[in-house]
Design a protein around this ligand. Structure first.
Ligand SMILES: C[S@@+](CC[C@H](N)C(=O)[O-])C[C@H]1O[C@@H](n2cnc3c(N)ncnc32)[C@H](O)[C@@H]1O
Length: 203
């Protein structure tokens, strides 16, 4: 589901950039170390702050990314071109698409990054299966997610649009990851409103 105007503004601004850099990335680094020399796919990249962080803070070699929202894809492409991130690395490939059908061969990536994306997807279980498919054995998934406690919150949840049914608790998210072939390496957060999860794709 695409963002409503409020959330679109929220995730396009400088505050979101700071949250990705200073809140999300340190948690992933603690849970799994950096991704030096690796190929990262970011699902639901929004306006591109995760791409930037994947190059700068996770030290990825190659970043690919997509989002179903045309406007977000354009913003991400523009900011990548302007930022000069590609002096020492290949340009991020950014396309319009959905995590429920990723146009990549099996086992193509070392890492899949998803920042606040799965809870926007009606069939989020299909997206988890796709993430597992495109990761190589031993590859890692890094997710930050909003949980049902946030989405159903009588005040917080009203500001944003999310699919209403089959949202998940932290336990349900971890179980789905395990069913799709991941070993959970660790989680951060209290697991009520938000969670950060890193899982390793088993062979
Ligand atoms: C809360 S925003 C997060 C954007 C970005 N990851 C960030 O951290 O700033 C959720 C994003 O998920 C995208 N999205 C919605 N449905 C999707 C789907 N089926 N596959 C991939 N991304 C999706 C939205 O377009 C939106 O850009």
């Amino acid at each position: 589901m695409l963002l409503n105007p409020f959330e679109r503004r929220l995730v396009s601004g400088g505050l979101r950039r700071q949250v990705v850099r200073h809140w999300d990335m340190p948690r992933f680094l603690k849970l799994s170390g950096d991704c030096a020399g690796q190929r990262i796919l970011e699902i639901g990249c929004g306006r591109g702050f995760g791409i930037e962080a994947a190059y700068e803070l996770l030290h990825a070699k190659v970043v690919h990314a997509f989002d179903p929202d045309d406007a977000m894809v354009s913003l991400a492409r523009q900011s990548m071109t302007r930022s000069g991130y590609f002096k020492n690395s290949p340009p991020a490939r950014i396309w319009q698409g959905s995590a429920t059908g990723i146009p990549a061969p099996d086992a193509d990536y070392d890492v899949v990054l998803g920042l606040q994306v799965l809870h926007h997807i009606q069939d989020w279980r299909a997206a988890v299966a796709e993430i597992a498919r495109v990761l190589r054995p031993g590859g890692r998934v890094m997710l930050s997610e909003s949980l049902i406690g946030f989405i159903d919150h009588p005040i917080l949840g009203r500001w944003m649009d999310h699919p209403a049914d089959d949202r998940f608790t932290q336990r349900q998210l971890l179980e789905e990851l395990e069913q799709c072939g991941f070993r959970i390496l660790g989680t951060k957060g209290r697991g009520v409103w938000m969670t950060w999860v890193v899982g390793e794709r088993l062979p």
